[in-house]
Design a protein around this ligand. Structure first.
Ligand SMILES: [Zn+2]
Length: 358
């Protein structure tokens, strides 16, 4: 796929003196690795956005390809860092939040609820770079092209969409679907629209499910919907028929006269796996973990081509790609199966709700 290889970055907002020092360190290490400091760029690949905890400023990116890492200074670690810091990540409209505690280190938070700390000390900036670089290079595949060409006999779904409905209910029963983060409660309407457009999401909810329809197409849950109540075709459940590499967009078949919702941002990942493995019949992604599994090396953000490729590669390398369990670092699991029932049977009682953060 096409990709702009100029790795540019810039800073936005007013840093505290400590954050200023951190930014200098980041600037140097990025330049060592060939990134270009471009303070005037219209759409840099990477923006460091300084926020203060009293009033987190937003950086309004002009291009989807810009990744925003918000930087914040903080002096004590709250008991529940995710609950305390996640709202800043979202309110600052960023892809990632870095909370810097001078003398101690930097805590990272991702939209996928990943969180990990790099302590200050030897190779500190190099280690920060290693956390940031995969993100800066990744490309989101979140555009949706809706084509109102779904066959009339599928407008009300079929036995596969009913299996999807059942599987979603099972995941809810097992308490594997964390309540969607209510971004509408912390963002003003204008910012909410901006976030939805840029991340290609209908809201923040975690996990997704899909089931193969035929050799080229599959049904998949929509973005930001309650996975325990998947029903309406074109809104809760989408028919994915292709990926368009020139437009870098997923192509969806929907019933006519419907206001469609976006498909889950991980549609590109499922698409790659179905294309490569004709006998994979279903895929489930949850934010949970299992013992002794193969895992990806970087935590690429959801909805990126790179995450899709990393997962597809792991699936390919396993002895049985049709019954694969792949760990997504600091994030969750992608599980393939012959059918949704096959997956549910295999994971029943084996999932650990806590994803290890490393
Ligand atoms: Zn996820």
């Amino acid at each position: 796929m096409e990709q702009d290889d100029t790795l540019t970055f810039s800073f936005h907002g007013e840093p505290t003196p400590r954050l200023h020092a951190l930014a200098q360190g980041l600037k140097e290490i990025l330049e060592v690795h060939g990134y270009q400091y471009a303070p005037l760029a219209q759409a840099p690949r990477l923006v460091f956005n300084f926020i203060d905890s009293e009033a987190p400023q937003t950086y309004r990116r002009r291009a989807q390809a810009t990744f925003v890492i918000s930087l914040m200074e903080n002096h004590h670690t709250p008991a529940d860092p995710i609950a305390a810091f996640y709202p800043y990540l979202v309110r600052a409209l960023s892809n990632m939040l870095m909370v810097y505690t001078p003398g101690q280190g930097a805590r990272f938070l991702t939209l996928e609820l990943g969180h990990y700390v790099e302590s200050e000390g030897e190779r500190f900036y190099e280690r920060l770079y290693e956390r940031i670089a995969p993100i800066a290079r990744s490309v989101l595949v979140i555009d949706n092209h809706f084509e109102p060409d779904l066959e009339p006999e599928l407008w009300e779904g079929d036995k596969l969409t009913r299996a999807l409905h059942y599987a979603g209910q099972k995941l809810a029963e097992w308490d594997l679907l964390p309540a969607p983060f209510r971004i509408d409660k912390i963002l003003p309407p204008d910012d909410l629209r901006h976030v939805k457009r840029l991340y290609g999401i209908g809201g923040l909810s975690y996990g997704n499910l899909s089931v193969r329809k035929d050799s080229r197409r599959f049904w998949m849950s929509a973005s930001g919907v309650d996975k325990a109540a998947l029903r309406k075709i074109g809104q809760d459940i989408l028919m994915v028929k292709d990926y368009d590499p020139r437009e870098n967009a997923m192509v969806l078949s929907v019933p006519p006269h419907i206001q469609p919702r976006r498909v889950s941002v991980d549609a590109i990942e499922h698409w790659m796996i179905y294309r490569e493995h004709p006998t994979v019949g279903a895929i489930i992604h949850v934010h949970a973990w299992m013992e002794k599994i193969a895992a990806t090396q970087f935590n690429y953000p959801c909805g990126t081509y790179q995450l899709a490729e990393a997962v597809a590669t792991k699936v390919r390398d396993l002895p049985d790609p049709v019954r694969a369990v792949v760990g997504l670092k600091n994030h969750g699991l992608t599980i393939t199966g012959r059918s949704l029932e096959d997956i549910l049977e295999r994971i029943d009682g084996k999932l650990l709700k806590q994803v290890p953060m490393i």
